[in-house]
Design a protein. Structure first.
Length: 111
């Protein structure tokens, strides 16, 4: 199983002097400041999801449970904990942003 699941073929050739920002919800998130900052950057610079991390490998689902919600048609949907990788191209800016936000891993930290 690939832990990092890309939604694009090859990201490396598209990056212009990229800055990477990673924020995990959890002990070191300081009242949500880090994850809020990454969310703000993603919104401000129109970041698009380019990948995610397979939750099966990194989460203890007794600590971070999936959530069941109803969609607009009344159908149940299961939402698994997720860590997404987003990309914001600089436009007029000289650098791109690679952002990752999500849940602090419970397992396999050295991966």
């Amino acid at each position: 199983v690939e832990e990092l699941r890309w939604q694009v073929d090859d990201l490396r050739g598209d990056l212009e002097r990229a800055i990477v920002a990673v924020a995990y919800r959890g002990l070191f998130d300081a009242s949500g400041a880090a994850t809020a900052a990454v969310t703000w950057m993603a919104d401000r610079f129109d970041a698009a999801v380019v990948g995610d991390v397979d939750p099966e490998s990194f989460f203890d689902f007794t600590q971070e449970r999936p959530v069941v919600a109803f969609d607009d048609e009344g159908e149940r949907r299961l939402h698994w904990p997720a860590n997404e990788v987003l990309l914001a191209h600089g436009g007029d800016a000289p650098r791109d942003l690679v952002l990752m936000s999500g849940i602090e891993p419970h397992l396999r930290w050295r991966t």
